[in-house]
Write a protein that binds this ligand. Structure first.
Ligand SMILES: [Zn+2]
Ligand SMILES: [Zn+2]
Length: 135
C-alpha cells in the first residue's frame, strides 16, 4: 500500500500516513500520554467535569470525549454529557444513546444473519456444482 502524505490534525505537519491516521506519530504519542494523564487524573479526582480536566492538564475537550466514546474512560468517573452520534440526544457513555445502540446492534445482527444466509446458499450451490462435476 502506498504511503499518503497527510497534514497532522494536531500540529499541522505533513507526514507519511500508513493508514487512516489523523495525527503524526509524535502527536499520536502525545495523545496517548495525555490520555494516560487524563485517566489517572480522573482516578484521583472522580466526578471531575471535562472543564476541570482540561484546565488541570491543558488537554483538549475533544480528547476527553474521544476517550469516553472509545470506552477508555468510565462515565461513572466523570461528569459529562455529549450528543449521541446518531440522534444527538445527550448521553454519558459510548457513541450512541440506549435506543440508537439497540437499533444499531439489531441492524448488525440482522446483516450478520443475512451474510450467514448468503454463505449457506453459496455452500448449497457449491454442492450442486460438485454434483454436476461428478456426472
Ligand atoms: Zn502532529
Ligand atoms: Zn441516539
Amino acid at each position: 500500500m502506498a504511503l499518503k502524505a497527510t497534514n497532522c490534525l494536531g500540529c499541522g505537519k505533513l507526514f507519511l500516513n500508513p493508514g487512516p491516521n489523523k495525527y503524526c506519530p509524535e502527536c499520536m504519542q502525545k495523545r496517548e500520554e495525555q490520555m494516560d494523564e487524563i485517566a489517572s487524573f480522573v482516578r484521583d479526582n472522580p466526578r471531575s467535569s471535562v472543564r476541570e480536566i482540561c484546565a488541570a492538564l491543558g488537554v483538549k475537550k475533544s480528547l476527553v470525549i474521544a476517550m469516553l466514546q472509545s470506552g477508555r474512560l468510565e462515565e461513572s468517573h466523570i461528569n459529562i454529557r455529549y450528543p449521541c452520534a446518531a440522534c444527538g440526544k445527550m448521553i454519558r457513555q459510548g457513541r450512541y444513546c440506549k435506543a440508537c445502540g439497540k437499533k444499531i446492534t439489531g441492524e448488525i445482527a440482522e446483516s450478520l444473519r443475512r451474510v450467514r444466509e448468503n454463505a449457506a446458499q453459496k455452500e448449497k450451490k457449491g454442492i450442486y456444482s460438485k454434483d454436476q462435476w461428478l456426472k
